[in-house]
Design a protein around this ligand. Structure first.
Ligand code: ANZ
Ligand code: ZN
Length: 896
């Protein structure tokens, strides 16, 4: 080494030390200090504020917005960590990313809090929002907070009222009398899905039936469209698509009219039923009427037994679930109908508790052999059970129905002209036949498509919701509030001393004047179902300050949401309502698209072990914070910190307050930092599966954070930042470059496909690889380059997941921009090729070119690839070579 060289080297070393002095001073990575510092920088620089007029390609990523319960839970952490990875990754890929946050802030819990704790729902809600906002902020999410809103903000619900009036004007909203599920404790109407096992979902009270005038959205007008479009939602999970299909529940069937032997007391000569199985008509053994069928209602007027039966049915609830679970029961009306195709058969007509009035015609023919409900019913009342579908391979002479109805494929038998047909062919045959017969002046049957989907009842008799902006006038009827009078604002001076809707009891709020005639009139006191609030918030985020519900240009520019992320519990209602709303908004010109969510991802739940005190402790659930785990060589036991008593370790369950197996995200973040929490959430299992939260797991993530920090410190200290062009590399340096480029390509793919756990695994591996390379000598510049490149890539790749650590590392290795604003690096294709070898190609002893081919290519493959080369083809000019010699891994010689 010359003197000059050694001076240069000394100087370089000095500079490195200077650059990394702060690194060495802080051996330990101090997440608390670092995270707060970067959050402030991002915030001060408006790094995540999104502009609608940004010319780059748009990408909209959204997590289902939270209900402001007061504290975030681990499920939120997981959900938002995933969304944030997507947002940060897409930003790095050059997209103009919209990643907003808001609050689904109306609803019952605020009123419950008001009743229990004498706190105003508004104060309760906004206090909770403030607390949760702070919690989300310490997670370091790349959110555009400038677009934040809560659905209870007057600004938001004003626009929702405006939208409602537009829908009303467009015929998408109507009022009708409807039977509702009435929760006698919460004093409110419940949607069917809010009734669980016949009880209110919040109060647990037995639900009753009531008739009320309610507001409805005409979602059922869109049944077919909503169903068909599911097929195009190819970036939605299959299970969600299936659930939506089943919910819409299209069935193709036949309406058949059966002639009464004697006219019914309503004067009806025929009874019309709906069936999806007309192929089983010869197996009919009774007719069933809904308790609410006009014929049932009329008959009950002079039949006390029937009357009390109908009353009993009404107490069961309107939910399908409740009806499905109840024992099948009925009352014989004494009426009879004729079988349409077999004049020797008369069928008794029953009123039965399992028939719904608002499906089909509210009447059925019962075929016990092939329908379980009908079979249960027939067994109870001793009605005939005649099989008409024969299982494949069964003997028609001996086939009988036991306790189970036969509902599978088979061949029709015992059915006159249909014998031997398949079920679909029989359906066709009987439809054709009955369509051609005339009864009482009309065809005996007509084909019909039915949907299970009902119109959406949105009226709620609650205070804490968006007031329905209509007015009741004695003279003019129901009149929409004038646009210029919006908002219909909720009054603040309310009291919850009595149950029910405080708006009804307010001394003055209801009083107003009719927008049409100007006379005194009364306001509607129903508020909207909170599902309405969440059916269009994603559109509002695109122009949150617009003085109309949407700015169509902004909405059309951003929507559909490219990636929507949330819980499977919203697979049906929220998503279906939003899909309907988007169509309704299109109809009123608020935007111009049909499907709101292009990509949907439903993440798994966060679970944790459960702990419980033994008998002495009354089996009380114990929270993870109250115990210590002792691990003596494989056998784990849990001990109560306070007393030292042993606690039994139970199964792993979804984190829930009732089992006390929750872990508070803020505790975790205080202890380990947000990056650690985020990293662990993403690392352990595929995002669609449940993840088990363990202390060991979090500590593992924390150690990784420390390890990355030491590694980066080491690199900063021992290597120079990269210059412009990559040097020629070979050997170990080439190996390292290959590894980092391959990881980059693979992680990019993982993040595109939301394979977070796979990306994490690859980064663990890369850190190992870099660590090994560092242990070897760094004396050549090629190796130094390769290490620096690997470090840069590592920081880029971990940035979406651990953004604070990434910023800190990025600056430590000498970059002066923010990694949050840096462009995602590009993997070099040449370095991605599997291990390959380059053969010099000699033609007649002279080197003419080369061939790069996989190392493990066979001799035959090398020969074939050589012959395919242009230079060889030219030299051969159509003839075959005299000799072709492959020296494996060395050289190829062609003699022409
Ligand atoms: C005769 C029959 C025979 C039936 C058989 C089924 C099996 P989906 O597929 O859901 O549309 N049904 C019709 N209206 C009803 C109502 N209002 N309440 C309760 N059940 C009703 O179901 C259609 C089938 O459900 C219909 O086909 C009818 O029973 C019953 F082996 O008719 B089926
Ligand atoms: Zn009027």
């Amino acid at each position: 080494m010359t003197v000059r060289q050694s001076i240069i080297q000394e100087f370089r070393q000095f500079r490195r030390q200077e650059q990394t002095a702060h690194l060495m001073a802080t051996e330990r990575y101090n997440a608390r200090e670092v995270e707060a510092r970067w959050q402030k920088i991002w915030n001060d620089k408006d790094v995540f504020v999104t502009h609608n007029d940004d010319p780059r390609d748009k990408y909209y990523v959204l997590e289902m917005f939270p209900y402001p319960s007061g504290r975030i839970h681990m499920g939120h952490v997981r959900n938002y960590a995933m969304g944030d990875v997507v947002a940060r990754y897409k930003r790095a890929r050059g997209f103009n990313v919209l990643h907003p946050m808001g609050w689904d802030a109306f609803g019952m819990p605020a009123e419950n809090a008001a009743m229990q704790n004498k706190v105003h729902p508004k104060d309760w809600t906004y206090d909770n929002i403030a607390a949760m906002r702070e919690q989300l902020k310490i997670m370091g999410l790349s959110l555009d907070w400038s677009r934040e809103f809560a659905t209870c903000d007057v600004g938001y619900y004003t626009q929702q009222q405006r939208l409602f009036l537009k829908f009303l004007d467009a015929g998408l909203v109507y009022r009708k009398n409807a039977k509702v599920n009435w929760d006698p404790v919460d004093m409110t109407v419940l949607a069917n899905e809010q009734v669980i096992d016949g009880r209110g979902w919040r109060s647990g009270a037995l639900v009753e039936q009531r008739e009320l005038t309610q507001w409805f959205f005409r979602i059922s007008d869109y049944s077919e469209e909503l169903l068909e479009a599911i097929d195009d939602l190819d970036r939605w999970p299959d299970k969600v698509r299936l659930m939506q299909k089943n919910w819409i529940g299209r069935s193709e069937g036949l309406r058949i009219r059966f002639e009464f032997t004697q006219a019914a007391p309503t004067g009806d000569e025929t009874l019309e039923i709906f069936t999806t199985r007309p192929d089983t008509l010869f197996g009919a053994s009774f007719m069933g009427l809904s308790p609410d069928h006009p014929v049932s209602v009329r008959l009950a007027e002079d039949n006390p037994q029937l009357k009390s039966f109908i009353e009993e049915c009404r107490r069961v609830g309107t939910s399908e679930e409740a009806i499905e679970k109840a024992e099948k029961k009925g009352v014989d009306t004494g009426l009879r109908v004729k079988h349409p195709l077999d004049s020797s058969v008369e069928l008794p007509v029953y009123v039965a508790n399992f028939i719904l009035m608002d499906y089909g015609t509210g009447a059925i023919f019962g075929c016990p052999a092939h329908d379980q409900r009908d079979l249960d019913f027939a067994r109870k009342y001793g009605l005939p059970v005649k099989p008409v579908v024969l299982p494949n391979g069964a003997d028609p002479a001996s086939f009988e129905i036991g306790d189970d109805a036969f509902t599978d494929e088979g061949a029709i038998f015992n059915s006159a002209f249909m014998d031997g047909l398949s079920i679909p062919d029989a359906k066709e045959a009987i439809a054709g036949k009955l369509e051609a017969i005339t009864v009482d002046g009309a065809p005996q049957a007509a084909r019909q498509v039915n949907y299970r989907l009902r119109d959406w009842g949105i009226s709620r008799q609650r205070y804490w919701g968006c007031p329905i902006p209509v007015i009741h006038c004695d003279d003019c009827g129901v009149i929409p509030e004038k646009d210029e009078n919006l908002p219909v604002e909720l009054p603040e001076d309310i009291n919850f001393d009595k149950p029910g809707n405080p708006l009804d009891r307010h001394p003055t709020w209801r009083e107003t004047t009719c927008p049409k005639c100007g006379k005194p009139a009364k306001r509607e006191t129903d508020t909207m179902d909170t599902f309405v609030d969440s059916s269009w918030y994603f559109a509002r985020f695109t122009a949150p300050d617009c003085d109309q519900p949407t700015d169509p240009a902004a909405a059309n520019g951003w929507l559909p949401v490219d990636q929507y992320i949330g819980g499977i519990e919203h697979a049906i209602l929220h998503l279906l309502y939003s899909r309907f709303f988007t169509r309704a908004m299109q109809k009123v010109g608020a935007l111009d698209l049909k499907e709101p969510f292009k990509g949907l991802f439903t993440q798994g739940m966060v679970t944790h072990e459960t702990y419980r005190l033994g008998e002495g402790g009354n089996g009380r659930w114990i929270s993870p914070a109250e115990i210590r785990i002792e691990d003596n060589g494989g056998s784990r036991r849990a001990v109560l910190l306070e007393t030292g008593d042993e606690v039994s370790i139970g199964s792993i369950e979804k984190m829930s307050k009732s089992k006390k197996n929750t872990v508070d995200p803020t505790d975790i973040i205080d202890t380990y930092g947000a990056d650690t929490a985020r990293w662990f959430m993403l690392s352990d299992s595929p995002p669609e599966r449940d993840v088990i939260w363990t202390e060991d797991g979090v500590q593992g993530a924390w150690r990784f954070v420390q390890r990355v920090w030491r590694l980066i410190g080491d690199i900063a200290e021992r290597t120079e930042p990269r210059g412009g062009k990559a040097p020629e590399v070979s050997g170990k340096a080439l190996e390292l470059r290959r590894a980092s480029h391959k990881t980059l390509a693979a992680v990019s793919g993982d993040l595109e496909n939301l394979g977070f756990n796979r990306a994490v695994a690859r980064l663990y591996e890369l850190v190992n690889t870099i660590g090994k390379a560092l242990n070897e000598s760094l004396d050549d510049t090629a190796m130094e380059y390769a290490v620096r490149e690997a470090a840069d890539f590592l920081v880029h790749m971990m940035a979406p997941m651990m953004p604070h650590l990434a910023e800190e590392c990025w600056s430590a290795i000498g970059h002066d921009n923010l990694i949050s604003e840096a462009k995602w690096p590009q993997a070099d294709e040449a370095l991605l090729v599997e291990d390959s070898v380059t053969y010099p190609i000699q033609i007649n002893g002279k080197r003419r070119g080369e061939l790069t081919i996989a190392k493990e290519a066979s001799k035959e493959e090398v020969e074939a690839a050589t012959l395919a080369l242009d230079i060889v083809q030219k030299a051969l000019a159509g003839s075959s070579p005299k000799k072709l010699i492959v020296v494996p891994q060395r050289i190829v010689n062609v003699v022409v």
